[in-house]
Design a protein around this ligand. Sequence first.
Ligand code: FAD
Length: 383
Amino acid sequence: MNLELSEEQSAVRRLARDFVDREVVPYAAAWDRAEEVDRGIVKKLGDLGFLGLTVDEEYGGSGGDHLAYCLVTEELGRGDSSVRGIVSVSLGLVAKTIAAWGGEEQKRAWLPGLTSGELVGSFGLTEPGTGSDAGSLTTRAVREGDSYVISGSKTFITNGTWADVVLVFARSTDAPGHRGVSAFLVPADTPGLTRRAIHGKLGLRGQATAELAFQDVRVPASAMLGPEGKGFSVALSALAKGRMSVAAGCVGLARAALEAAVAYAGEREQFGRTIAHHQLVQELISDIAVDVDAARLLTWRVADLIDRGQSFAVESSKAKLFASEAAVRAANNALQVFGGYGFIDEYPAGKLLRDARVMTLYEGTSQIQKLLIGRDLTGVSAF
Ligand code: FAD
């Protein structure tokens, strides 16, 4: 694995860095307070090609490799995890999954809109009664002639109230467990699909998280993504790559914590000198720095494996597990450096900690990542 970036990778990172400094950082705190990111950001992300990375140009994508995708995701995560999540879901979990599993018609129908930012995608796996145990989901898709009729509910759906298309996982056969699950691309304006915004989140407050209710939602049989009964494989393949994206976002968040902590330590004076002179403050900062580097290397390894066509799912779990826990540690250390001011909204550390906290929960909790890694090592499944 070559750790030196190519010219294209360096250019895309510069582009993302400038974009984040100009269009995200100045607004992130206000979006957090308003509980809403400015929706205009989606078109801007699309115009720069950030919603089409790794997708073929033939379908409106901007090409690029997975390392470039990680570089952009890291920068977005540095600016605002709510914005980063829009890309990780609309591109990472939806567009890339359509590109991998879709038929020609599905790719032509959805990818140009998703990659340009004209459309937003959501990933509907979690239900009120099934989170970690997603294979036991209960949403039904009943075949009626040339249609499927979907009924059930999904919760915690990122981009939920913004979405134009929802990748929905529903039980379409009587096969037990995950074997009965199929995937469907459901336009969000289909009659019977209603959405309710979830408010009061600890972090990611700017992000449009929603509950979705499906009441006799009729879609053509051609809306099925991938083969019948393979929906769980579709979901797992999406999440394996998605975890890399979350990990890259966590690297960015931890970097933001590092940059804020270093700057503050160089300004704040106690005992007659800046707190950067105090060795225990240096320890807090150096611990963040080591976490940033370690998380980034684990994440880049996943990108490298994907780009070389190697298997990567366990490495992705390791990167997500480490980077998400590291992001929480980093934000917490930064808050400690800020002292009492870290506890006040006006300073960045509190938001970083609130945003970091969800990273160990979604796309598989830390416990679930450990079980996946343990299964790979022992050959024994604890599920
Ligand atoms: P549970 O599964 O009930 O877990 C509760 C606790 O039990 C956890 O600590 C868990 O680790 C532990 N646990 C469960 N099973 C085991 C086990 N076998 N061994 C050991 N410990 C176990 N979902 C989507 O489908 N799409 C989205 O876009 C999406 N976005 C989200 C955005 C946010 C802000 C949040 C909070 C969640 C989002 N989710 C989304 C849902 C998320 O993926 C789930 O919350 C997550 O999978 C955990 O499920 P749960 O909340 O039901 O927790």
